[in-house]
Ligand binder design. Structure first.
Ligand SMILES: [Zn+2]
Length: 289
């Protein structure tokens, strides 16, 4: 599977089907990148230490997860597959697809069938690349924890930002079982040792684990970037107005509208992720399967 968390969560909480024996390609990718050669020219694998080139680029020991599309681009370099995936994602995000409830219509339209096919047809080539010459036991053990990570919540944390973000959650690949995990992160609501948090945050009872801190930082940065784009657009329109002296139409003067801004690609991927969860929930509610 590729990022089994939502599928596992939905299958369990809606159908009482407990997914098991998963090998997650998203985790194999993280393990692969930890020792991946630095460049295509330099084919020498990185040593499996915590001070290799990969770890030097990782901030606060929080690793970034790659999406399926990024893996297709990076490892398979198959433009046709990426293009089908792109078209499918755009269509699913469109208002038309939501209004028409396209996943409930049978037969499925061809574009959606191709979109689904890409999601599975690239899995075996990806597996071949990511597993080559590797011992898979670490990936299997991590996948066992990954499949249970989101499913284990009785209720998902209030803030989606700490549950759906592009970072590898703690205690999935590397687990330190020697420490006592007795303090709850106020973001992801998972238990970690006290020394995971800053003293100031513990005092204020607003402690966040390092992954949640990164998720918050990422979101703050995205908001800042969106504001900057809006400001830029506002100033451009003001200049245009001064130059031509034309009065702006209602739609043009709607400067707060997000549609005026180019969406940050990471935010788009993040929203796509949320959308995917909604789709899964819709499937289960609609009883299509
Ligand atoms: Zn957390």
């Amino acid at each position: 599977m590729f990022d089994c968390r939502n599928d596992s969560d939905v299958l369990w909480h809606h159908f009482k089907v407990k997914l098991g024996n998963v090998l997650d390609l998203q985790l194999l990718d993280v393990l692969h990148r930890r020792t991946k050669p630095k460049s295509k020219k330099n084919k020498k694998a990185l040593p499996e230490t915590r001070d290799n080139e990969y770890w030097k680029r990782v901030v606060n020991n929080v690793e970034r997860l790659w999406g399926y599309k990024k893996c297709l681009q990076e490892y398979l370099e198959d433009d046709a597959l990426v293009s089908i995936k792109d078209k499918g994602s755009k269509y699913m995000l469109s208002k038309t697809s939501k209004a028409d409830n396209v996943w409930a219509v049978r037969p499925l339209r061809d574009s959606l069938k191709s979109y689904c096919a890409v999601d599975t047809q690239a899995m075996f080539p990806l597996f071949t690349i990511l597993s080559a010459g590797k011992e898979l036991s670490t990936g299997r053990d991590a996948s066992t924890r990954y499949v249970d990570q989101r499913r284990s919540y009785v209720t998902l944390p209030k803030s989606k930002d700490y549950t759906f973000n592009p970072f590898l959650p703690l205690d999935i690949i590397d687990v330190d079982s020697s420490t006592t995990k007795n303090t709850c992160c106020t973001g992801c609501e998972r238990m970690f040792p006290k020394d995971e948090y800053s003293t100031a945050q513990l005092k204020k009872k607003t402690q966040l684990c390092r992954v949640c801190k990164c998720a918050k930082q990422e979101l703050d940065n995205t908001k800042q970037r969106e504001k900057r784009v809006q400001r830029k657009e506002r100033s451009r329109k003001r200049k245009e107005y001064d130059k031509y002296g034309n009065s702006l139409s209602d739609s043009e003067s709607d400067l707060e509208s997000d549609s005026d801004c180019e969406m940050d690609p990471e935010r788009e991927a993040y929203l796509e992720h949320l959308d995917y969860q909604e789709i899964l929930a819709d499937w289960s509610r609609g009883g299509c399967y």
